[in-house]
Design a protein around this ligand. Structure first.
Ligand code: CA
Length: 92
């Protein structure tokens, strides 16, 4: 299955990516409790921190893209997979 992310979400992810020098650094900054995975709240917090506005339904869409196994948490592997697919080809 190949679902594509909306332009709006992709733009937002790129803006977020611009703030960090590496994917791992971005993930560590977002993972406030150092649990090794991101919750919905941690993802929302980082968007708020950088004043990246997102509609509720877009946030749900974003979580769906990140949370591949559907356990409600974004692991580093899940995060890396989306970021590599959606952001890195554009900036490298
Ligand atoms: Ca997950």
């Amino acid at each position: 299955m190949n679902i594509s992310m909306s332009d709006n979400l992709r733009t937002m992810l790129r803006k977020l990516g611009d703030r960090f020098s590496s994917v791992r650094r971005a993930f560590r900054s977002m993972d406030r409790d150092k649990s090794g995975s991101l919750t919905r709240l941690e993802l929302k917090n980082i968007l708020d921190t950088f004043c990246l506005e997102i509609e509720g339904h877009e946030f749900d869409e974003l979580m769906t893209f990140f949370d591949v196994d559907g356990d409600g948490l974004i692991s580093y592997e899940e995060f890396l997979r989306v970021v590599k697919d959606e952001i890195q080809p554009q900036v490298s």
